[in-house]
Design a protein around this ligand. Structure first.
Ligand code: BJW
Length: 238
C-alpha cells in the first residue's frame, strides 16, 4: 500500500438522501415528472422559464428544512483532523457539506443558494424566490436572474482545479453517485490513470463500479463514518 497524502472525494445525491433530499435517478427520483436529462437544459429554461424557476424555488425552500447527516459530518471531521490534503468535489447543489463544517469544497454543478445574472454574468448569494423575476441587483437587467446551476450541455465549474486534484490524488473516493453523468462519471478512470487508489461507497453498485478497486455497499450514514475512522486511525500519512 502506498503512502496517503492527497485524498479527493466526489459526492453525489446519495450522500444527502438520508437528510431527506431526493436523488435524481432512484425510485421516485423524477424531476417534476420528467427525466432530469429532458428538463435540466438551457433550452428548457428558455422554453419554460417559470416552471424551472418554480422548481428551484421549491428545492431552495426544501433545503432550509433539512440538516446534514452523519456522512456529511464525518467528512467535515476528516477535513479537520487529517493532516494531509483533502478536497471534496460535490455534484450536489445543496449546502449540507458546508453546514456540517467542510471548508475545502468545489460545487461542480453549481449551488441552490446562488443566482447567476445572464446579462452581466455576476453571481450572488440567493436565499429567496426567483419566480417573481426580480431585476439584477448589479446591472438591473429584467428577467435575467437564473439559478446558478450547471444544466446539461453547460460546462461544470472549476474543471481545471478538479483536473489538477485528480492528477495528484493518492486516493479517490466516490460517495453516493450513480456514475450516470459526465464528466464526473469519468473521474475514477482519470484518477486511476494518474495512479490513485479508488474506492466507491454507495447503497448499490453504480454504473462505474467496475472501475473502482474497492466498492463498499451500504448507506452513506454508516459507511462514511466507518471509513473516516479507518483513515484517521491508519498510519498511512506520508
Ligand atoms: C446512496 C444512498 C445512500 C442513494 N447512501 N448512496 C453522451 C455520452 C457521454 C456524455 C454525454 C453524452 N451526451 C451528453 C453528455 C454530457 C452530459 C451527460 O453526462 N449526459 C448523460 C445523461 C449521458 N453532461 C453534461 O452535459 C455536463 N457538461 C458537460 O459535459 O460539459 C462538457 C465539458 C465538460 C468538461 C470540460 C469541458 C466541457 C453537465 C452536467 C450537468 C448535470 N446537472 C445535474 C442537475 C444539477 C441541478 C440540480 O440539482 O437540479 O446535476 S443533472 C443531475 O445528475 C445533477 C447531479 O449532480 C447529477 C448526478 O447525479 P447523482 O448525484 O449521481 O444522483 P443519482 O440520483 O443519479 O444517483 C444517486 C446515487 O446515490 C445512486 O447511485 C444511489 O445508489 C445512491 N444512494 N441513497 C449511499 N443513503
Amino acid at each position: 500500500m502506498r503512502d496517503l497524502y492527497n485524498i479527493l472525494i466526489l459526492t453525489g445525491a446519495g450522500i444527502s438522501a438520508e437528510s431527506g433530499l431526493d436523488t435524481f435517478r432512484g425510485p421516485g427520483g423524477l424531476w417534476a415528472g420528467h427525466r432530469v436529462e429532458d428538463i435540466c437544459t438551457p433550452e428548457a429554461l428558455e422554453r419554460n422559464r417559470a416552471l424551472v424557476l418554480d422548481f428551484y424555488d421549491a428545492r431552495r425552500a426544501a433545503l432550509a428544512q433539512v440538516v446534514p447527516n452523519p456522512a456529511h459530518q464525518a467528512l467535515a471531521r476528516l477535513e479537520a483532523e487529517w493532516s494531509g490534503n483533502l478536497l471534496i468535489v460535490t455534484q450536489n447543489v445543496d449546502d449540507l457539506h458546508e453546514r456540517a463544517g467542510t471548508r475545502k469544497i468545489i460545487h461542480m454543478h453549481g449551488e441552490l443558494l446562488s443566482a447567476l445574472c445572464e446579462a452581466c454574468g455576476r453571481r450572488m448569494c440567493w436565499h429567496g424566490d426567483m419566480a417573481d423575476e426580480p431585476p439584477c441587483g448589479t446591472c438591473e437587467a429584467e428577467a435575467a436572474i437564473r439559478p446558478d446551476i450547471v444544466f446539461f450541455g453547460e460546462i461544470p465549474y472549476q474543471m481545471d482545479a478538479i483536473e489538477r486534484a485528480l492528477a495528484k490524488a493518492d486516493l479517490f473516493v466516490s460517495i453516493g453517485t450513480s456514475g450516470a453523468v459526465y464528466p464526473a462519471a469519468g473521474f475514477v478512470q482519470t484518477a486511476r490513470h494518474y495512479g490513485a487508489e479508488t474506492l466507491e461507497l454507495n447503497l448499490e453498485p453504480s454504473a462505474g463500479s467496475y472501475y473502482f478497486e474497492q466498492s463498499r455497499i451500504g448507506p452513506a450514514s454508516r459507511l462514511v463514518p466507518e471509513w473516516v475512522d479507518e483513515v484517521l486511525s491508519s498510519n498511512r500519512l506520508s
